[in-house]
Unconditional design. Sequence first.
Length: 251
Amino acid sequence: MEVLQELPTFTQLTERVIRVLGLNPSKFTLQGTNTYLIGTGPRKILLDTGEKPEYTQLLFESLKKLGENIIISDIIISHWHNDHVGGVDSILQYASENNMPLPVVHKRLDPKHDKSHHNFQQVVDNQIFKTDGASIIAIFTPGHSEDHVAFYLEEEKAIFTGDTVLGQGTTVFEDLGEYIDSLHKLKRFTPGRLYPGHGPVIENGTEKLEEYITHRLERENQIIKEFKTSKSSLTPRQIVEKIYAKYPESL
């Protein structure tokens, strides 16, 4: 298996993008969830959250390092999985207790999974979020999850991919057809850089998207071949065991 690249907990990636790790490393989250502070001025947009109190502490300590008047004006969430949305309550509580402006939280609504007390503002395809030095376009990208949204940063011709593309390895998905369509949709932006939801930054964005598309189509062809050559019916479990025979069962 690929060795994970070590990532600092706080990294100024460009003049308008800062990565703050979610402090939740695991075999599924890799080094942890990448959360991003976006903008060149005092009002930052936060893309995704961690899920533990330690992350909230790190986030606000990071803001203090940037200056006394730095605030989070908005939080935008890529999808409903807890490693991306789980820190919202803690962040809002910290801001309230410390007399800071409460960020407005934006997310594509998903009644099946969104917590009832969250007052999320709906995110729609092509919606634009603006702050000093940054214009961010929402790109509806279902597949990994039904509500998944990626975000295009116009100033850098870069995409925050959420979990559609990872910095190392490949991701999982709920719907293969939708997932491949979403990869093609992102590729049409011809991004140079990808800021993934997990793992290091990807510099050759368009090439990586093409690699992901090719990989998934190859897997699909493998599955079709197994069905055609098998002398008996196959269960989903048996197909997985054949296709991923070289991988640990725990994955």
